[in-house]
Design a protein around this ligand. Sequence first.
Ligand SMILES: O=c1[nH]c(=O)c2[nH]c(=O)[nH]c2[nH]1
Length: 326
Amino acid sequence: MNANGQLHPARSVKGDGSRRRDDDDVEGRYELGQYGYGKNSVKLLHVCRDGAFHTIREYEVSTHLKLFSKKDFIVGDNKDIIATDTQKNTVYILAKKYGVESPEEFALLVCSHFLYTYRHVVEASVRVEEYPWERLQVDQQDHNHAFIFSPRAVRFCTVTQKRNAGPRIIGGLRDLRVLKTTQSAFTDFIQDEYSTLPDANDRIFSTIVTATWEYSTANDVDFDAVWKTVKECILDQFAGPPDTGIFSPSVQNTLYLAERMILDRVEQISRIDMAMPNKHYFTLDLSKFPLSIIQGENKEVYQPVDKPSGIIHAMLERKQQAMAKL
Ligand SMILES: O=c1[nH]c(=O)c2[nH]c(=O)[nH]c2[nH]1
C-alpha cells in the first residue's frame, strides 16, 4: 500500500495526477498502432491429489498485456514494464494459490489478476491451450494416477479483458481429424469450361475441424461440459448414427448443421466460427489397367492428397432479438 492508501498505485500517473505524454513520437511524424507484449507458452502441469485419486491438467499459458503508456517502445523507459518473466511467475503462483480449474476459468483469473494488480494495464489477454490427457483405463476401471495422451482434439481458449469492461471469452477446439467412407456426395455444382471435377455420389469425406466460439456470459457456465458438447455436436453432424450414418451433400452443409446444433444446445454461446478443410481422397481411375489386375470398379484404393485442400468456413451467430430474450 502506498502513502495515499492506494493498494495498487497507477504507475503511469505522475505525482501531480497528470498523465505522462512522453509516449508520442518526438517529432510527431508517426503513430504506434496495435502494441503489447507478454510471455508465450508457459508450460504448467497441475496435479490435484484427492487421497490416492489424482487429477491432472497440463496447460500452455500465454499472457499478453497492453499498458497505458507506450514510453517503453518510444523512449526506452522501462518503468511501467511488468517483465515477461514476472508474467511467467504469476502464472505459476496463481496456479499454486488457487488451483487450476478449466482453461477458461484459469484465463479469467490471470486476466483479472493483472488488471487488478497493475492499474496501468489497459488490457490483458490470456490464451490457454490444454494438453489432451485422459485418465487411463485398466480392465474398464479408471486408474487412480496414470494418464494417456489422447490427441483427438486440442482444446484452447482466449480471454481478453479491457479495464472497466467485462471479459470476452472465446472457447476453441482444433485438430479434430475425422474421415468417413460413405454418406458424402458433392453434385450439382457449376460445370463450365473451367471444370473437370465430376459429380460424386459417394465419396470419402475427411476434414480437420477448427472451431472457436464466443460466450455471452461467464456466469454459471460449465466450460468443461460446453467443450464436450461442442465436440459431440460436430461429431454427431459429421458421423450420424453408428449403423446408418448421416448424409452430407457438401462440407458447407455439414459445417452449418454442426454450428446450428451447437447454438441450439448451448445457450451461453452467442456465436460460433468453424473451418473445415476438405482433405481430398481422390478416386483412382484404374480402368485402363488390364482386367487381369483390376477386377471391376475401384472402390478400395484412393489417393490421399494433402495439398491443395478445399477450405470451408462460416460463422453462425444469434440474431439480436434472439439474444434479447436470453
Ligand atoms: O463439399 C464440397 N464443397 C465444395 O465447395 C467443393 N469444391 C470441390 O472441388 N469439392 C467440394 N466439396
